[in-house]
Design a binder for this molecule. Sequence first.
Ligand SMILES: NC(=O)c1ccc[n+]([C@@H]2O[C@H](COP(=O)([O-])OP(=O)(O)OC[C@H]3O[C@@H](n4cnc5c(N)ncnc54)[C@H](OP(=O)(O)O)[C@@H]3O)[C@@H](O)[C@H]2O)c1
Length: 341
Amino acid sequence: MSTAHQTNQETAMKAFVLREYGSPDALELKHIDRPTPGPDEVLIRVRATSVQPWDWHFMRGEPYISRLMPGMLGLRKPSVSILGADLAGEVVSVGNKVTEFGPGDEVFAMPQRGGGFAEYACVPVTEVAPKPATLSFEEAAAVPLAAATALLAVRDQGRIGPGQRVLVNGASGGVGTFAVQLAKAYGAHVTGVCSTRNLDLVRSLGADEVIDYTKQDFTREGGPYDVILYIAGRRSFLECRKVLKPKGVCVMIGGAADRWLQPAGLVFSALIVSRFTSQKAVLADVVGDKETRRNLLELSALIAADKLTPVIDRVYPFEELPAAVRYQEEGHAPGKVIVTL
Ligand SMILES: NC(=O)c1ccc[n+]([C@@H]2O[C@H](COP(=O)([O-])OP(=O)(O)OC[C@H]3O[C@@H](n4cnc5c(N)ncnc54)[C@H](OP(=O)(O)O)[C@@H]3O)[C@@H](O)[C@H]2O)c1
């Protein structure tokens, strides 16, 4: 028993708890009390969660610049003690203001302040939706944050429509595998950028063309594109501009990480530079988005219509969650990394 008071076996749960910034070893498997739902919350028995850059940025407290941003990482200690921003599971109980769900309902959720790395999680009802009927818990847990990010980028920031030429840089990762499918679902001609081993995967998701970033530089040939969805790598906005149409848009989602600044520096420098150019850089940021339920429902509809399928790279048992984080952090997972409970 790890909490200050005795934890009741009946109401205890296993959770990976983060007390200090560090490597995946900082995630400690503990028995702690189950959370109790507030009036607007849903208590969920978690069956699967996913691991993504969100988790290890919070775990390591990096980039350091993000410790200074309100609502992001804590200055000296993690601002989130149980990570996991995606989950799928069954409703156990609901707060007294929740009317949409009841015990036994199968749901998936995007808890903006984490909670998925535990057997039970309390999630605001606005961040929960019915689990897509055709997906398993593992598949459903792959969807929320990565696919919602891709949806915001395609639908809202990129405003992608039929016939547009779209380049997805980072097409094989968690966000990219959804972005390629969504850009196709919205009618675009899609070029996916990935490494040699992922060319077939990206083609299978519907990309019309693929560029192998180990052999070709997308900023020097091809295009021009109406929209670039910028997810991975270290290309500056000035380089991307060369293959954007005069009124083209570069949607900034992420990029290569480092300890101090990146990918925040790459993203925000693009936003500043684009104030002085005809082509625009815009930010797609799912953190703080107030439309989580609506987005989950739209993603469910696309899944039901067979236009969106999660790509799962690896599945780990709960006890091996730190190994899952270690693997995801290497930055080369094709698709999503899932943990089951
Ligand atoms: N703005 C937001 O709200 C938001 C939300 C979610 C994620 N993000 C950010 O988006 C980024 C991607 O997230 P993710 O979940 O997709 O990560 P991920 O699953 O770890 O993506 C890794 C993928 O990136 C590919 N990649 C690495 N270097 C590349 C390069 N130079 N060119 C093209 N592809 C490259 C890798 O392929 P190879 O193995 O072939 O290298 C791998 O498939 C991260 O920076 C993350 O923080 C932002």
